[in-house]
Ligand binder design. Structure first.
Ligand code: GRG
Length: 302
């Protein structure tokens, strides 16, 4: 994989991300405006595993854009994981996917109840914005770049991004979506936050516009490939392998597997990755680590 051992990369990055998340959750637990029940649910939602792809992509994009890694980069990268954690907490609620298992463990509402989980996940949205702003300033970003970082994060999480995609997903249940509609949905639901992870890393590092645009394009391509891989896993992996119950068929969702079958879906994921890597290299960002992460994202087992 372009000379990069992705297992070693993940083994190096995961503890840095987890340490930063622990700092963030400890700070939340110390806030007077967050009640203990909500803080406990936040700890459950944020600290119970996961691949930590978004913060790892953010920190790797920061380094690929010329930034020097530090604790503050990981603090910034954590803001993306906080949005991701909130989305999973809400997604698992009975009014949405009604899931009892995630990452091989009971979901947050099963342990902490629906009302507390609903509040805790919602509270993570502004907390992640504060996290991003404080970390960007600590990193030495100008006020303009710090504001840009927060805007990109909130935009990716919002109605034109993840929330809009989830809404389209809910509306699409029970209907057969074609390739264009399905891809538009996933570009928002999954792709926006993944692409923002890379763009935020570039902006925080003060990258040139060309580099920022290349990383964004790369992020969009790997976002789509990641979702195709997710559909394949949902259709083929066991509950133990997935750490959750497969839900696409049960919820009558349109998927790339239903549209194309497994082999063609896999081939399309592969060609999206190649398209993303070409966009990256055309901007002169030679990151074998980003390439290795992209391939891991489609070849992963969960
Ligand atoms: C109220 C309309 C409305 C929206 C609220 C719930 C919500 C916002 C958004 C849900 C978005 C969602 C569930 C996207 C799924 C993204 C995805 C593929 C998750 C799995 O990501 P991984 O594999 O998970 O990175 P880990 O466990 O590794 O962190």
């Amino acid at each position: 994989m372009e000379g990069v051992d992705v297992s070693a990369l993940l083994a190096r990055e995961l503890p840095r991300v987890d340490a930063a998340l622990e700092r963030a959750v400890l700070a939340i637990e110390g806030r007077s405006d967050v009640t203990p029940d909500v803080a406990q649910a936040i700890r459950h939602g944020v600290m119970t595993g996961g691949k930590r792809l978004r913060p790892i992509l953010c920190a790797t994009a920061y380094t690929a854009s010329g930034g020097v890694p530090s604790d503050e980069v990981y603090d910034l990268a954590c803001s993306l994981e906080m949005i991701h954690a909130y989305s999973l907490m809400h997604d698992d609620l009975p009014c949405m996917d009604n899931a009892e298992l995630r990452r091989g463990r009971a979901t947050t509402h099963i342990v902490h109840g629906e009302a507390v989980t609903t509040r805790a996940a919602a509270a993570l949205i502004p907390l992640s914005a504060i996290q991003a702003l404080v970390a960007a300033r600590a990193l030495g970003c100008t006020e303009r770049r710090a504001r840009d970082v927060v805007r990109l994060l909130m935009q990716a999480a919002g109605a034109g991004g993840m929330v809009g995609g989830q809404w389209a997903d809910l509306l699409g249940e029970g209907r057969a979506l074609g390739f264009e509609d399905l891809s538009a949905l996933h570009r928002m639901k999954t792709g926006a936050l993944l692409a923002a992870s890379l763009e935020i890393g570039a902006v925080a590092a003060g990258a040139a516009e060309r580099v920022r645009a290349g990383l964004l394009e790369f992020g969009r391509a790997i976002g789509l490939a990641f979702q195709i891989a997710d559909d394949i896993l949902d259709a083929t992996a066991s509950v133990e392998e997935l750490g959750k119950n497969p839900s696409d068929v049960e919820l009558d969702k349109s998927t790339y597997v239903a549209l194309f079958g497994i082999d063609e879906a896999r081939a399309r994921a592969g060609s999206e990755i190649e398209r993303g890597l070409a966009a990256l290299s055309s901007t002169g960002v030679a990151s074998s680590e980003l390439a290795a992460l992209a391939r891991f994202m489609v070849e992963r087992g969960r």
